[in-house]
Design a protein around this ligand. Sequence first.
Ligand SMILES: Cc1ncc(COP(=O)(O)O)c(C=O)c1O
Length: 493
Amino acid sequence: MKKAPSGILPIIAVDRRAPNALYKQIYDAYRAAIVDRRLRSGQRIPSTRALATELGVSRFPVLNAYAQLLAEGYFETRVGAGTVVSSSLPEQVASSQPPAARLAAARSGPRPVSGRCSILPAFEPGPWLRGWGAFSVGQIAFDQFPLQVWSTLVARLCRNMGARSFNYGEHMGSKAFRETIATYLRTARSLRCEAEQIMIVSGSQQALEISARVLLDRGSRVWVEDPGYRLARNVFALNGGNLVPVPVDNEGLNVAAGIKRCGKARAAFVTPSHQFPLGVTMSASRRLQLLDWAQNSGSWIIEDDYDSEYRYESLPIASLQGLDANSRVIYIGTFSKVLFPSLRLGYIVIPSDLVDRFLIMRRAMDICPSSFFQDVLTDFIGEGHFARHIRRMRVLYRERRNALVDSIGKEVGSMVEVLGDEAGMYLAVSLRSGGRDVQIAKRAARDNLWLWPLSLSYLSEVSRQGFILGFGSTAVAEVPGAVRKLRDLISSK
Ligand SMILES: Cc1ncc(COP(=O)(O)O)c(C=O)c1O
């Protein structure tokens, strides 16, 4: 017979010298924990043997206590699960005050928190962030992921886990993984880098957090693209940054406008390969201007290269970091788009003279990255699966992108302008005659259409209303229907 899963041992203190019997002490402790709702309905109870061993008593008092708790309806037995806290508890327990109400009553006196907590408004996810399906941003073609290969690598690594795999890993990330990434970046992204400069992190978001901690002081001015990536702006603001919105035009960040607004900033945050959210590729002359500005004003450039593997009209564009002769660029990459976001793996390429500072911050934050999936990815890349996956997905996403652009042209071409469809897994549409994008997006979500309003990406004046449309997880067959819904929503504004 299958063994029932074992329950977590609750804290029960028994005192052999106390006047009441051991079984009564155990019974009282369980009853109090259930009444107090520290133990909840359906929760497994440890076996009598396990509890007796833990308490250092014989099994008899435990058996007696369990028998009484079962008889009174606090416990019940379930086939395959052993003994659990009852789902129909005695009345006085069910009607006891819920813990939330008691916690509220306990909230008195000063309860200070840091001033940082109120720098950003409370997080309220818009409905467009909740959905699965047509146009949802940031979703990949999950059903196309090479799970068979992946699970073979995972199983192989699990079988071969040795002492090293159980211990803390290297602070910067595994050497083999960093070597693999350095080779990839030098080859596919034209970076100038060595493995020693690469730090493995849990996605771009952690890369931004570490970079901001290293580079910014309170009040440091930071150029940010406008419209731009809100999650990056949040990190800079929380780390004392004073945000300077710099407009984006069809060549990318407008460097001259940035210099006019604030010639001397500590850093500039850019997405030059595929600007988020307008999708522009930064022109060569703007790249050189930006690098010149950074060198002349003693500033840093944070390059977020989040989805450049997928380019449809030309080969991937070389990174800004690769053009930088003065080590002014902190380059951030992620596996969230090219593989999948729940992996939470990314990397920073750090100028050599800053590596020690980044390391100090990282050690204070989380010591080192989790090791297992670094090893999986080292094999996945090393054995050629990564390159194959990118090639396959580029074809698939190109088809999805083409279907979307065609459909938009047919159905809503007169109402919207398509922006930034050359790369990545989303494009933007700008409403030609204005309109309230947030209101339309809210109505769309009721109809399972996920439109991310463009206006939310602006920091200063909103100069475009429209939507960011993800096509990563939107199959070609779904596209025409979804675009017709979009047309109906826009025209009924
Ligand atoms: C501009 C930009 N950078 C980075 C990311 C990826 O972030 P992460 O690596 O933390 O998943 C995204 C995700 O949507 C993004 O839009």
